[in-house]
Design a protein around this ligand. Structure first.
Ligand code: ATP
Length: 613
């Protein structure tokens, strides 16, 4: 038998999230519940005290005690209301903060997958807007319990005065119950649609802001505005429906409740004429009838709770996205040997990498080349476990990356990207990101290697300049990204197109420094330029999801199709033979390495299709 959580994982996650969040604000929630119920109790006592005081006053009997009692209850109600307001605010704030912390950690733990699935704008809408709405759930539940206690207490009080009064009320109660059920269901549905439309607007807005230069260049501001706001009619329909549901419920309540109150007062009047009731009891009955039919408050509370739960469900969808699990196997000492064994990765329903095998000995540099979309960045992401393959394994010094603990893995692998995101308050902090104790000396040394030190020192506050106040070109940003990767260190350095915006002289300087830094680091380099590939010990040429060949750049350069990857036509070096040597041919005569690189970088036996194209 499957549970509801199995049927709808997002709803299951939403329930767990709300349960844990409620526990987090547990004592305040309990206090809020008690205060709300106490306020309802005081509200229930007031009519009885009022009735009693009125009877005594009409009978010219001493009524001071009861009048004081009424005044005390009114004061207490005011006080409890104030405490309730403060507690509701703090519970909402704490729960929202907890949800945002939890979801932010989860999104970052899930990696690029969450951003790919939801889009950054929608994620922001969920973590900011929906978290705030979902954060009201514990307080809304407490308020609902108290709001329910009012009508229930009212009916009980009517029954205590005379069972006829309760019977008259209960005869009409099913209509009210149906009304409330419809409010809860319809509001929940409309709130989900409303929040989804909000998310779509946020996602489109984030895209438009990111691409604002393209939009300006194309002169399509109006069209883009229309695209961003396309979900508005949907949003408006859902919003109107929400108000209609509440309005209709309130109108029905207005029609039904006074009828029930009138019926109760009529019965109380009959009992008064028969001498069974005093005037005070008639007053109390009419007040309790109003309390018992207090559906207006309930409608508001139920609608609020339905909106909060719809928002929590959207958070549950994010929470359902699995995070990366890490192992406990320690990384042994080693040179940084990287192995890909039968690595297959699918994206967008397409197999981008299909059973790739590579073996990169420690301390060597492998350049990965291939046409645009051939899977170079994906391979780089798999090599440092920014993503997991759908099949096969990636190993560092003999240990599958999946089995490594988070800190061992991140400490061992450094990354630089084509468009590095600089995170941190100052440039110095951004360069030391991820280091347990970033020393200024280490950061400066790394910046010098990346040829970034000069322009950083020219900034108003040098390394202490706020990232937001440090204008930088694409090449300067890349040099900062490289500096961060160099400062990070580690036995494996992955440069995913991280040199593409550098001028050729700067690139030459950096590659010289990079490849001359001794045998301590293994490097995987996504390269678009022949000059970059030429610096590497070997090149892995990706084509059609496979490693077409591995060899030194100058060796592969003899092949016209290889040259075509770099946009070069057939030249004097062209042998006229378009056949790619099988992988085994590229290894050289000893069957291990290639062209003097024996045993250094080689595809595993099955790597590459090994056939002529
Ligand atoms: N999240 C994703 N969803 C769908 N397809 C994806 C996703 N990520 C990558 N792809 C596809 O996988 C293929 C390989 O992408 P990748 O970025 O690795 O190529 P690349 O060789 O680095 O290209 P380039 O040289 O243009 O940077 C591309 O066709 C790309 O569209």
């Amino acid at each position: 038998m499957t549970s509801r959580a199995d049927d709808d994982p997002a709803a299951g996650h939403a329930r767990t999230l709300l349960r844990t969040a409620t526990r987090y604000s547990g004592s305040r929630c309990a206090a809020l519940c008690l205060v709300s119920i106490a306020a309802t109790g005081a509200g229930l006592l007031l009519p009885a005290a009022l009735g009693r005081a009125l009877d005594l006053l009409l009978a010219h009997a001493p009524a001071t005690r009861w009048v004081l009692c009424c005044a005390g209850l009114v004061l207490l109600l005011g006080l409890l209301d104030a405490v309730q307001t403060v507690l509701t605010g703090t519970v909402d704030a704490r729960t929202t903060a907890w949800l945002r912390r939890r979801l932010t950690g989860h999104v970052l733990g899930a990696g690029p997958r969450a951003a790919d699935r939801f889009g950054s704008g929608d994620l922001v809408a969920r973590l900011v807007g929906n978290a705030a709405e979902a954060g009201t759930t514990p307080a809304a539940r407490a308020a609902l319990v108290a709001a329910l206690a009012g009508p229930v207490g009212g009916v009980v009080a009517l029954g205590l005065i005379d069972w006829w009064l309760a019977a008259v009320f209960l005869a009409g109660a099913p209509v009210l119950a149906l009304l409330l059920r419809a409010v809860s269901r319809d509001t929940s549905e409309s709130a989900s649609r409303y929040q989804r439309a909000q998310g779509r607007i946020a996602a489109a807005l984030a895209e438009a802001v990111e691409g604002v230069r393209t939009v300006r260049a194309a002169g399509t501001e109006d069209r883009e505005t229309a695209r961003v706001l396309r979900p508005l009619p949907d949003l408006s329909r859902a919003g109107h429906r929400m108000w209609r549901v509440q309005g209709r419920a309130a109108a029905r309540a207005v029609a039904v409740a006074p009828l029930l109150q009138l019926a109760v007062v009529a019965v109380a009047g009959v009992l008064l004429t028969r001498g069974r009731f005093s005037v005070g009891e008639v007053l109390a009955s009419s007040r309790y009838a109003v309390l018992a039919t207090g559906v207006g408050v309930l409608v508001g509370r139920l609608a609020g709770l339905a909106r909060a739960r719809a928002a929590a469900r959207r958070l549950g969808e994010v929470e359902a996205e699995p995070t990366t699990a890490f192992g406990a196997r320690r990384l042994p000492d080693g040179p940084g040997r990287l192995e890909l064994r039968g690595v297959t990765a699918r994206r967008g329903g397409r197999t981008v990498l299909d059973g790739v095998d590579l073996d990169v000995p420690g301390g060597t540099t492998l350049a990965v080349v291939g046409r645009s979309g051939s899977g170079k960045s994906l391979l780089a992401a798999l090599a440092g476990r920014l993503a997991d393959p759908d099949a096969g394994d990636v190993l560092l010094d003999g240990v599958p990356l999946r089995e490594l603990p988070h800190d061992d893995l991140r400490g061992a692998v450094g990354y630089a990207f084509a468009r590095p995101a600089l995170l941190g308050g100052t440039i110095g902090q951004a360069l030391g990101l991820g280091l347990p104790s970033p020393s200024p000396g280490r950061i400066r040394e790394a910046a010098r290697t990346a040829l970034a030190d000069d322009f950083v020192r020219r900034l108003p506050d040098g390394y202490d300049t706020a990232v937001a106040d440090a204008p930088r070109s694409g090449g300067e940003a890349q040099r900062l990204g490289l500096a961060r990767a160099f400062a990070h260190g580690g036995r494996l350095l992955i440069l995913d197109d991280a040199l593409s915006s550098l001028d050729t002289v700067t690139e030459r300087h950096i590659t010289d420094a990079l490849f001359g830094d001794g045998p301590g680091t293994t490097r995987l380099l996504v390269a678009h330029r022949g000059a970059t590939a030429a610096c590497a010990d070997a090149v892995a040429w990706l084509d059609g999801g496979r490693v077409r060949a591995v060899g030194r750049h100058e060796e592969l350069w003899r092949l016209a199709e290889y040259r075509a990857v770099f946009g070069e036509g057939a030249g004097p070096a062209d042998t006229g033979d378009s056949d790619v040597p099988p992988v085994s041919d590229t290894r050289g005569g000893n069957g291990e390495g290639h062209d003097g690189m024996s045993g250094r970088i080689r595809p595993a036996a099955a790597a590459g299709d090994g056939t002529a194209p």
